[in-house]
Design a protein around this ligand. Structure first.
Ligand code: ADP
Ligand code: MG
Length: 555
C-alpha cells in the first residue's frame, strides 16, 4: 500500500507545496486505505489536491467526474504543467480525439482522466473502464447529485452505477455545499460504503457581510465602487438580460465591465471569463452560471443584485471573494419584490410539488437572513450547523446593532410547544398551536389538548413567524427538511428550557391580530396565489387534453 509519506513527497514534487492543509492529510490517508470518503470543504479550501495526490501515487488511473468542460480543461492543463500525465474526455471533442485519449489510457500512460457524467455513462464507456486499472473515482462538485441542492444535474444521479459496476474501487465525493441533506443524499445515491465524512469549517472571516435595501441599486453600486478603485468583483443578477443591461450601464458610467451567462456561446463565455481572470476587466455581471470552480484569488467583492434562491447558493457565490484571505466584501440587495418574483418563478418552474415546497422554505430562510437583525455570519454558519462563540463584529448588523429585549419567555413558549408536540410540527402548524387556532390539522392531531396550546395567542401569526425565524437563525431550533420541515430542539433549546439560559430577541414593530385562526397573509398575495392556481389547473388540463407542452400557453 502507498503511504502518506509518499503522498507528502508527491505534494512537494508535483505541486510545490511544503505541507498538506489541515484535513487534506487525513482525507488522503483514508483514500490511500481505499475507504470511501465524502469531503465538505468551502470553495478554495483545497479539495482538488485530495484526489490529485492519491491519483499520482496510487498505481493505475483515477477517474474524475466533473460537471463543467471549462473546469476540466483548466484542471487538466494545470496538472500537465506540473508534470502529471492527465487528460479529459467529453462532448467538446470529436470521435478521433476521444479515441486517441482512450488509447493513452489503455497504454497505461495517464494518471488522471477527467470525464463528464454524460460521457461516463454513455454506452460502452463502462466496459472501456473495465479494461483499465482504475484506482479511484473522484466525484467533484458532488452536490450536483442532489435534487435538494442548488445546482442539481440530472446526469449526476446516474452515477450510482459506479459502485455497482466497480464495487471495490474507492470513491471520493467532494463539494463545497455543507447542507446536511445534500450530504446524506450524496452518500446514499453513490452507495458509498460507510464513508469517512470530513467537514471543514465554513467560516470565511475575511468576507464582510452586508445587506442593503434594494431601492436605487445602481447608485448604491457606483457609490460602493467608488471606494474600490480598480478592485475586481462579481455582480450576480437573476436574469441573463439583467447581466447585459447592467454591464452596459456600468460601461457607460466609465467602468470596465463585462457579462456572463449560459445563453452566450462557449467562445463568448470563455472570453468574458478570461478577461476577468486576467484582470483585463474589473467587473463581471453574471448569472449563477458563473464561477463554479473558478480559481481567481483576488476577487475583492461580490454583489448580489437580487436575492439568491437559498443560503447554499448565496454562500457559495460570496465564497468566490477573498480566496487569498485578504479582506473582501459581500453586498446583498434585498427587496420584497424580489422575493415575490422568485416565489412565482419557483412555483412556475417546478414540476414536483415537494420540490417547490422545499425551495419555498429555503427561499424563506434566505429572506429571513436578509431581514435578520442578528450577526449575519452567525446566521450563515448556524445554517451549516456551526455555532459561533461570539458575534463577528464586522457585518453590518454588528457594526450597527439593533435593540434587543429579553425574549426568554417567548422562546420558552415556542420550544415547549415543540417539545409537547413531540417535534412533529412544522413552522406554520406550531404557530397555529401557539395561537390556539382551531384548524383541522390542529384538531385532528389533538394538539388542542397539549399544555402550551394557545400560550402565545397574544402574538400575531406574522410576529411568531419572525420570532421563530430568529430562533432558527440563532440555532435555538432546527428545521428537518427531510421530515416535513418539522422543527427540532437543539442543545441550545434544552439550555433555555431546563438550564435557565436567557434569549435576547430583536425588537421590531409588532403587528396586531385579533382572531387566532385568521392567517396574516396580505390580500394581494392571496389573490395572486388564487390566480396562479387557476392558471396552473387550466394549463394542466389543456396539456392533458391536447398533448400541448405546458409551456406553450405562456409563451
Ligand atoms: P477547491 O476545489 O476546494 O475550491 P482548490 O482545489 O481549487 O480548491 O484549491 C484552492 C487553492 O488552494 C489552489 O490555488 C490550490 O493550489 C491551493 N492549495 C491547495 N492545497 C494546498 C496546500 N497544501 N498548500 C498550499 N496551497 C494549496
Ligand atoms: Mg474544486
Amino acid at each position: 500500500m502507498v503511504t502518506i509519506r509518499e503522498a507528502r513527497e508527491a505534494l512537494k514534487l508535483y505541486f510545490g507545496y511544503e505541507q498538506f492543509r489541515p484535513m487534506q492529510e487525513q482525507i488522503i490517508s483514508d483514500v490511500l486505505q481505499r475507504k470511501d470518503v465524502v469531503v465538505l470543504m468551502p470553495t478554495g479550501g483545497g479539495k482538488s489536491v485530495c484526489f490529485q495526490v492519491p491519483a499520482v501515487v496510487m498505481p493505475g488511473i483515477s477517474i474524475v467526474v466533473s460537471p463543467l468542460i471549462a473546469l476540466m480543461k483548466d484542471q487538466v492543463e494545470a496538472l500537465i504543467v506540473n508534470g502529471i500525465p492527465a487528460a479529459y474526455i467529453n462532448s467538446s471533442q470529436n470521435a478521433e480525439q476521444q479515441y486517441e485519449i482512450e488509447n493513452e489510457c489503455l497504454a497505461g500512460r495517464l494518471k488522471l482522466l477527467y470525464v463528464s457524467p454524460e460521457k461516463l455513462l454513455s454506452s460502452g464507456f463502462i466496459s472501456f473502464l473495465k479494461r483499465l486499472n482504475v484506482s479511484l473515482f473522484a466525484i467533484d462538485e458532488a452536490h450536483c447529485i442532489s435534487a435538494w441542492g442548488h445546482d442539481f444535474r440530472p446526469e449526476y444521479t446516474q452515477l450510482k452505477a459506479l459502485k455497482q459496476q466497480f464495487p471495490s474501487v474507492p470513491v471520493i465525493a467532494l463539494t463545497a455545499t455543507a447542507d446536511k441533506l445534500t450530504q446524506k443524499d450524496i452518500q446514499e445515491q453513490l452507495y458509498l460504503k460507510n464513508p469517512s465524512v470530513f467537514t471543514a469549517s465554513f467560516d470565511r472571516p475575511n468576507i464582510n457581510l452586508m445587506v442593503k435595501p434594494g431601492k436605487d441599486r445602481f447608485n448604491k453600486i457606483t457609490e460602493f465602487l467608488e471606494r474600490r478603485h480598480k478592485q475586481p468583483g462579481i455582480i450576480y443578477c437573476l436574469s441573463r438580460k439583467a447581466t447585459e443591461s447592467l454591464a452596459n450601464k456600468l460601461k457607460s458610467s466609465g467602468y470596465s465591465a463585462t457579462y456572463y451567462h449560459a445563453g452566450m456561446s462557449a467562445n463568448q463565455r470563455a472570453k468574458s471569463q478570461d478577461d476577468f481572470l486576467k484582470d483585463n476587466v474589473q467587473i463581471v455581471c453574471a448569472t449563477i452560471a458563473f464561477g463554479m470552480g473558478i480559481d481567481k484569488s483576488n476577487v475583492r467583492w461580490v454583489i448580489h443584485y437580487n436575492l439568491p434562491k437559498n443560503i447554499e447558493g448565496y454562500y457559495q457565490e460570496i465564497g468566490r471573494a477573498g480566496r487569498d484571505g485578504a479582506k473582501s466584501d459581500a453586498l446583498l440587495f434585498y427587496s420584497f419584490a424580489d422575493v415575490m418574483n422568485m416565489r412565482n418563478m419557483l412555483q412556475e418552474n417546478q414540476s414536483r410539488e415537494e420540490q417547490t415546497e422545499l425551495q419555498l422554505v429555503k427561499l424563506e430562510r434566505m429572506q429571513q437572513f436578509a431581514e435578520a437583525a442578528a450577526c449575519r455570519r452567525r446566521i450563515l454558519l448556524q445554517y451549516f450547523g456551526e455555532t459561533m462563540r461570539k458575534d463577528c463584529g464586522n457585518c453590518d448588523i454588528c457594526r450597527n446593532p439593533p435593540t434587543r429585549f429579553d425574549g426568554t419567555l417567548l422562546a420558552q413558549k415556542a420550544l415547549s410547544a415543540i417539545a409537547r408536540t413531540n417535534e412533529r410540527v412544522n413552522l406554520s402548524l406550531l404557530v397555529d398551536v401557539l395561537r390556539g387556532a382551531r384548524t383541522s390539522q390542529v384538531m385532528q392531531a389533538g394538539y388542542d389538548r397539549v399544555k402550551t396550546y394557545g400560550a402565545g395567542r397574544d402574538v400575531s401569526t406574522l410576529d411568531w413567524n419572525r420570532y421563530l425565524h430568529q430562533l432558527l437563525n440563532e440555532g435555538f431550533v432546527e428545521m428537518a427538511y427531510d421530515q416535513g420541515y418539522t422543527l427540532k430542539l437543539t442543545e441550545h433549546s434544552r439550555q433555555v428550557l431546563f438550564e435557565g439560559r436567557k434569549v435576547q430577541l430583536v425588537k421590531f414593530e409588532e403587528t396586531k391580530q385579533e382572531e387566532p385562526t385568521v392567517k396574516a397573509r396580505p390580500k394581494k398575495e392571496l389573490i395572486k396565489d388564487a390566480l396562479f392556481e387557476t392558471l396552473r389547473t387550466l394549463r394542466k388540463s389543456l396539456a392533458d387534453e391536447n398533448g400541448v407542452p405546458p409551456y406553450v400557453i405562456f409563451t
